[in-house]
Design a protein around this ligand. Structure first.
Ligand SMILES: [Ca+2]
Ligand SMILES: [Ca+2]
Ligand SMILES: [Ca+2]
Ligand SMILES: [Ca+2]
Length: 349
C-alpha cells in the first residue's frame, strides 16, 4: 500500500441563504485534495445480465437489485435477488415506461412516463399489503407541469421531486405507514433528486445562481451544506455521510465531495481534471463513475482505509455505480450494443 499524502486544510465559511434555509452554525473544514492510496477491494466481478435489451440504472438494498430494462421499446422494472439468484420483471403493462426503480425489502418504487402521452410522469409504489399503487396524479390536474420523478425508498418512507403546479419542482415525502404526504420544500426555485436515509432527506436545490446541496433531519430546519458559485448535484446518503458531485472551481470538471453531518466536515475525495459523477455510498465505501482515458470507469473509495480502487478497466462507459453493504453494481455496454448490469463484491478486510 502506498503512503498517504497530507491533507491541505482550507476553511470555508458557510453563510445564510434563501427563504426557509437556515445557515450551518459552524465553520467547515474542506479537506482537499485527498491523495489516494491504491488497493484491490472488490472480487467476484460478474455480468448479471446477458440479453439484447438495455439494462441500466441499478439500485441496491440488502442484496436485492432493481433496475430498468427496455423490453420491446417499453421500459420495465426488473428486480434481482442475490440470495436466491432469481430475476423478476415486475412491470409488464405497455402503458408506462417505468424508470429509476428503487427498493427496500418488499417495497419497490419507480416513476412511469405515459407511453401515449410522454409529458406525464407519475410515481408508483408496490408493497405486499397494497399491491401496485399510483401515488401521484399529475396527469389528472391542470397545469401540473411534467409530473413527478426519481423516487427513493428507505424503510416505509418514499421521497421524490416534481412540480407542485405553480412554481419550480419541490421535494415530497410519502410515509407508507400512515399514508401521510409531506411537501418538504416550498420556494420559487427547483429542488430536485432527493435521497433519504432514516429521517434524513438530502436534495439538490438552487440558491439563485447555481445548485447547492441541502438536507433536513427529523423534520427540522432545512440546512445548506454547500455555498459556492458552481454546480453541486446528485447527492447520496448513508448514515452520517452525504456525498455528491461538485464542480472543481479550478479546472471546471466534477469532483466527488463528502459531508459528515456530525462534524460538519467537507472532504474532497477526487482531485483530477476528468469528470467524476453520480456517487453512491454505503458504510465507509463510496463508489462513482469517473472518466479515465476517454471513457468512464467505476471507482471505489474506502473512507476507513483511505484507499481507492479502479473497479473497471475497459474501453466502454461504465455508469451508475450503486452500492449497499458488500455489493456493488453498475451498468455498461460490453458489446457496443445494449447495456448490461454488472456486480462485484467488496471483500471482507
Ligand atoms: Ca442487456
Ligand atoms: Ca453550488
Ligand atoms: Ca474530477
Ligand atoms: Ca470503462
Amino acid at each position: 500500500m502506498l503512503k498517504l499524502g497530507a491533507f491541505a486544510l482550507v476553511f470555508q465559511t458557510i453563510t445564510a441563504c434563501g427563504d426557509n434555509h437556515s445557515a450551518p452554525e459552524t465553520q467547515q473544514e474542506l479537506l482537499s485534495p485527498a491523495v489516494l492510496a491504491k488497493a484491490q477491494m472488490t472480487e467476484n466481478h460478474r455480468r448479471l445480465t446477458d440479453n439484447q435489451s438495455h439494462d441500466f440504472y441499478p439500485f441496491i438494498k440488502n442484496g436485492r437489485i432493481a433496475w430498468q430494462r427496455d423490453i420491446d421499446g417499453v421500459h420495465e422494472v426488473v428486480v434481482y435477488d442475490t440470495a436466491t439468484s432469481t430475476e423478476t420483471v415486475l412491470t409488464s403493462d405497455k402503458a408506462w415506461h417505468d424508470w429509476n426503480a428503487t427498493l427496500d425489502g418488499e417495497v419497490v418504487a419507480w416513476y412511469g412516463t405515459g407511453v401515449q402521452d410522454g409529458s406525464i410522469n407519475e410515481i408508483f409504489v408496490q408493497t405486499p399489503q397494497k399491491g401496485r399503487v399510483q401515488v401521484t396524479h399529475a396527469g389528472s390536474a391542470e397545469g401540473m407541469g411534467h409530473g413527478f420523478f426519481d423516487p427513493i425508498v428507505s424503510g416505509q418512507k418514499v421521497v421524490w421531486y416534481g412540480s407542485d403546479g405553480t412554481k419550480g419542482a419541490e421535494i415530497y415525502q410519502l410515509d407508507l405507514a400512515d399514508g401521510k404526504l409531506t411537501q418538504i420544500t416550498d420556494n420559487d426555485s427547483p429542488d430536485i433528486t432527493p435521497v433519504i436515509f432514516g429521517d434524513t432527506i438530502v436534495w439538490c436545490g438552487f440558491d439563485g445562481s447555481d445548485q447547492e446541496i441541502y438536507f433536513q433531519r427529523g423534520g427540522g430546519n432545512v440546512r445548506q451544506i454547500t455555498d459556492n458559485d458552481t454546480m453541486d448535484l446528485n447527492p447520496a446518503i448513508d448514515g452520517d455521510y452525504i456525498v455528491w458531485q461538485g464542480r472543481d472551481r479550478v479546472d471546471g470538471d466534477f469532483e466527488i465531495f463528502l459531508y459528515e453531518i456530525g462534524t460538519g466536515r467537507i472532504m474532497q475525495l477526487t482531485a483530477n481534471e476528468e469528470l467524476d459523477m453520480d456517487p453512491s455510498i454505503s458504510g465507509t465505501h463510496v463508489a462513482w463513475s469517473g472518466k479515465q482515458g476517454g471513457d468512464y470507469e467505476i471507482f471505489l473509495y474506502d473512507l476507513a482505509t483511505q484507499t481507492l480502487e479502479q473497479v473497471t478497466t475497459n474501453d466502454q462507459d461504465d455508469f451508475h455505480a450503486a452500492i449497499h453493504g458488500n455489493l456493488l453494481a453498475w451498468d455498461s455496454s460490453p458489446d457496443e450494443a445494449d447495456s448490461e448490469i454488472f456486480t462485484a463484491t467488496i471483500s471482507a478486510k
